[in-house]
Design a binder for this molecule. Structure first.
Ligand SMILES: *[C@@H]1O[C@H](CO)[C@@H](O)[C@H](O)[C@H]1NC(C)=O
Ligand SMILES: *[C@@H]1O[C@H](CO)[C@@H](O)[C@H](O)[C@H]1NC(C)=O
Ligand SMILES: *[C@@H]1O[C@H](CO)[C@@H](O)[C@H](O)[C@H]1NC(C)=O
Ligand SMILES: *[C@@H]1O[C@H](CO)[C@@H](O)[C@H](O)[C@H]1NC(C)=O
Ligand SMILES: *[C@@H]1O[C@H](CO)[C@@H](O)[C@H](O)[C@H]1NC(C)=O
Length: 487
């Protein structure tokens, strides 16, 4: 996809204005985002023990057409600080990169694992993200579906396989057990990697990975049912205020100069053109708050503190404004349109091809009903990329239906970790599948919390969750060594 021309932008703007009342539910996956919260780091911010490497990666692992032989430079990072070395068959912890810069993944729980088990740290960047761009540059890579066509989770998994094999060979570390660790989409990749490449990793830790939010396995409104539960549990009155606010927004919008009134009341950076813009924005704010409802800030509590704590007599919309400002007290304007007009990116390509998570809002939630609409979803993908999504491909390729029987029968050594306040947890594995394919979750945790670097301020339940994960991984490694020495 080329950068949109000015004319195209104008057309998009007009289209957005026209279509705003029928906002695509797909925006839930696009913009609610399936992402770990990270702070952006460049490679120069990394401590010196992190070595940046590049691997000459095959563009297309699954084809022998001449153009498939092309290669690109894939970035990966090694850190030997904790490693016991190949002679002691010390483990290798492999971070399976997600949709972002690999440098953002460095400071994660994986460091604690390496320290604990004398592990080598290996972080691999996902193709088409960060610096791992096929065709030499982002502009070239994003031209159109011919160049984006090599962006898929299968290609990414094959990349990881090649890099791990390469690194092991280079270090004569063939006997060192490797363990995949990932979070969110990267956690899905970690668990799928263990299933598809059991000869390369002995186990996987998949944090906050909704591998069951495909097809009809998870109810489409599941995500927002959890968001609603998070708010309702935090404060019933807060929940009620939010639930009543949508019709109140429409009522004010319908008054003379109503949109101007709303724009001023909510201090929007640009004037509202529809009330839907505002409702979408608020919806995403509540969803993000729930997804990342992490200590020490607990944004859901913060929002509700603002909403409930407004002075006596404050009306519904006044309370919503108070909720917003307690979420972000910077005093700057609300950038409503940032959610509407972001240009299609690599993740959008993935959601328009394989990663189709059917998410809609049901009328049992605190939101207005907005069911998933595959026709709308498809139309947007055709418009953005000229492709039609493969709705059933993920479960065909990786499974998901009747997972308990299927994985129970053949899989081993996977931890699915979750925090139940994370709305994506509804599409996660929350039940032990077998002795070694297990669910480790906390009631209070949110999205990918366990994969953050441990700190002294962590609540006990989080410490306990990570301890449990460490114990399970220790058993995998012990079993591996037992079999190795019996050879
Ligand atoms: C590892 O083993 C090899 C071969 O036995 C030996 O040459 C080398 O010195 C050992 N390295 C370390 C760090 O012990
Ligand atoms: C994509 O762009 C390249 C280079 O401009 C062109 O050769 C190719 O035909 C285009 N493919 C599609 C599907 O438009
Ligand atoms: C291969 O291993 C050597 C050390 O044995 C190291 O200096 C080099 O950077 C490694 N190369 C790659 C590509 O990992
Ligand atoms: C608050 O808003 C400012 C300006 O829009 C933004 O840069 C900042 O990241 C926001 N902070 C939070 C916590 O959302
Ligand atoms: C909610 O949706 C269900 C199923 O579509 C419908 O039967 C029910 O009447 C709706 N309830 C409300 C309150 O709109």
């Amino acid at each position: 996809m080329a950068l949109p021309s000015f004319q195209l932008w104008l057309a998009l703007l007009l289209l957005a204005a026209v279509c705003a009342s029928a906002m695509h539910p797909r925006k839930l996956t696009r913009l609610g985002g399936l992402k770990r919260l990270t702070t952006s780091k460049s490679s120069s911010d990394l401590p010196p023990e992190y070595e940046i490497h590049h691997y000459r990666q095959t563009l297309d692992h699954f084809n022998y057409k001449p153009e498939s032989y092309a290669t690109f430079q894939q970035r990966y990072i090694l850190n030997y600080k904790y490693w016991g070395g190949a002679n002691t068959s010390s483990p290798i912890f492999v971070y399976t990169g997600e949709e972002g810069e690999v440098t953002d993944d460095v400071e994660t729980f994986i460091i604690a694992l390496a320290a604990r088990f004398k592990g080598l740290l290996l972080y691999i960047e996902h193709r088409y993200y960060g610096e791992s761009m096929p065709f030499g540059s982002e502009n070239q890579a994003f031209q159109n579906s011919s160049t984006l066509g090599y962006l898929s989770s299968e290609q990414a998994l094959a990349d990881y396989a090649q890099v791990i094999v390469h690194v092991k060979k280079n270090l004569s570390a063939e006997n060192c057990p490797a363990i995949a660790v990932g979070a969110s989409y990267g956690g899905m990749l970690a668990s799928w990697f263990r299933i598809k490449y059991p000869h390369i990793v002995i186990g996987a830790l998949a944090s906050s990975s909704p591998i069951l939010y495909f097809d009809d396995i998870t109810p489409q409104d599941g995500y927002d049912v959890v968001v609603t539960k998070d708010f309702k549990e935090t404060s019933e009155s807060c929940y009620n205020t939010i639930k009543q606010s949508w019709s109140e927004i429409d009522r004010v919008a319908a008054e003379p100069n109503g949109l101007t009134t709303l724009s001023n009341l909510f201090n929007t950076c640009s004037p509202l053109t529809t009330s839907q813009e505002l409702k979408d924005y608020l919806g995403f704010m509540y969803e993000d708050s729930a997804q990342y409802d992490n200590p020490p800030d607990y944004p859901v509590q913060n929002t509700c503190r603002g909403i409930d704590g407004a002075p006596e007599g404050t009306d519904i919309l006044g309370r919503i404004v108070a909720g917003l400002s307690s979420l972000n007290s910077s005093g700057s304007c609300q950038d409503i349109l940032s959610y509407e007009l972001s240009k299609p990116d690599a993740w959008d390509w993935q959601t328009c091809t394989e990663i189709v998570m059917p998410m809609g809002r049901g009328n049992e939630t605190m939101f207005e009903a907005e069911p998933f609409d595959m026709e709308d979803y498809t139309k947007e993908c055709v418009d953005d990329f000229g492709v039609v999504p493969r709705l059933h491909w993920i479960t065909t390729e990786f499974g998901g239906h009747d997972i308990k029987t299927v994985l129970g029968n053949f899989a081993s050594n996977i931890i699915f970790s979750n925090g139940l306040r994370d709305p994506f947890s509804i599409g996660g594995v929350l039940e032990d599948i077998s002795d070694s394919v297990v669910a480790v979750y906390t009631e209070q945790g949110a999205h990918c919390l366990d994969i953050d670097v441990p700190t002294p301020d962590d609540p006990d339940w989080l410490v306990a969750q990570r301890d449990k994960e460490i114990k399970i991984i220790a058993a995998w490694i012990a079993e591996y060594y037992a079999k190795l020495s019996a050879k």
